[in-house]
Design a protein around this ligand. Structure first.
Ligand code: MTE
Ligand code: MO
Length: 323
């Protein structure tokens, strides 16, 4: 994004096995992993198949969703090999390749700032705050491409209620893992690490906003932000911070990574808006990942098609200035 790679614009683990992982599946996957590793070693399987076999674990006991995009799901392989995650490198294939050895366990999240009791919570305990649900959402990257992804997660609103913010809390800040030993891309100062994002409290409380722990009914792959990432489907993808380690409630609007990197190009709100172009490319249309190279671009929808649920949040705001 920042570094002007316009490849797109021009023709560009989880712990509580008892809670949400089926042990037999795990053993099967581990067995297949070994076989696949051997096969890959002998050149019988491509390297990415080996990685996928090693990582994939089913989530059991989530509810199917009432929320869904009436659109074809983007194939699993595209969702997990075409990624933005600069801590693991800046090209789309880097995150899948360079996050293979990343271990997202154990994991805890610090709940800080304007809350009754600041505390640190383990991922296992976050998973007990609310039942997991599947949510099928469109995801639109600010770069001009999009996907349809079946996430598994919990409403952020539920975690916020559990956290008991004070009356001073107007914004929520999400701080992500800053560990250049485990994230090779973060050794390069292309962004001001740690990657940080934020939402206004009413955006954070909107029922569409979730913390995702999985996709396609499986534990979130490392490259998609394991073990915990934000999903805000009416905003550009960069708002969806991966590998969250701190959730801080604030009175003031947080500084966010992409706004710091390019304030003329990336705003705090970052609502998907086909009428406000990026200074370097159009936002009126998008390329749906997973189609053929001949598939025509599709029209970008206001608020990514979620206007009915979220437009009221911005009544009276100038969305050209607050882009
Ligand atoms: N920590 C972190 N989170 C991140 C990013 C990143 O570089 N680092 N990239 C963002 C961008 S630009 C997009 S489009 C989405 C991509 O999510 P996906 O790879 O799961 O599709 O992650 C967002 N979250
Ligand atoms: Mo993005």
């Amino acid at each position: 994004m920042l570094i002007g790679k316009q490849s797109d614009i021009t023709p560009s683990e989880i712990t509580p096995q008892s809670v949400y992982q089926d042990r037999r599946q795990f053993i099967k996957a581990a067995g297949f992993g070994l076989l696949a590793t051997a096969a890959a070693g002998y050149g019988l399987l491509p390297r990415h198949a080996w990685a996928a076999a090693e990582q994939r674990k089913k989530i059991t006991g989530f509810t199917k969703t009432a929320y869904g995009a009436d659109e074809k799901l983007t194939p699993y392989d595209d969702v997990t090999t075409y990624n933005n995650y600069y801590e693991f490198g800046t090209s789309k294939s880097d995150p899948a390749e360079h996050s293979k050895l990343f271990k997202p366990t154990p994991w805890s999240v610090a709940i800080e700032g304007e809350v009754k009791n600041p505390r640190t919570v383990n991922l296992e305990d976050i998973l007990k705050i609310a039942p997991l649900e599947e949510r099928i959402y469109r995801m639109r990257c600010v770069e001009g491409w999009s996907m349809v992804i079946p996430w598994v997660g919990l409403p952020l609103a539920q975690l916020i209620k559990w956290a008991e913010p004070t009356a001073n809390a107007k914004f929520v800040e999400f701080v992500t893992l800053d560990d250049s030993l485990r994230m090779p891309g973060a050794r390069v100062p292309i962004l001001d690490w740690p990657y940080t994002e934020g939402l206004r409290m009413d955006e954070a409380m909107n029922p569409l906003t979730i913390l995702a722990v999985g996709l396609y009914g499986e534990v979130l792959p490392n490259q998609n932000g394991a073990p915990l990432r934000l999903v805000v489907p009416w905003k550009y993808g960069f708002k969806g911070a991966k590998a969250i380690v701190k959730i801080r409630f604030r009175e003031t609007m947080p500084q966010t990574t992409w706004v710091k990197a390019g304030p003329r190009e990336y705003g705090f709100y970052a609502n998907v808006n086909p009428t406000v172009d990026h200074p370097r490319w159009t936002q009126a249309s998008e390329r749906r990942i997973g189609g053929s190279v001949f598939s025509p671009r599709i029209k970008t929808q206001m608020f990514n098609g979620y206007a009915e649920q979220v437009a009221h949040l911005y009544s009276g705001m100038d969305l050209r200035k607050n882009f």
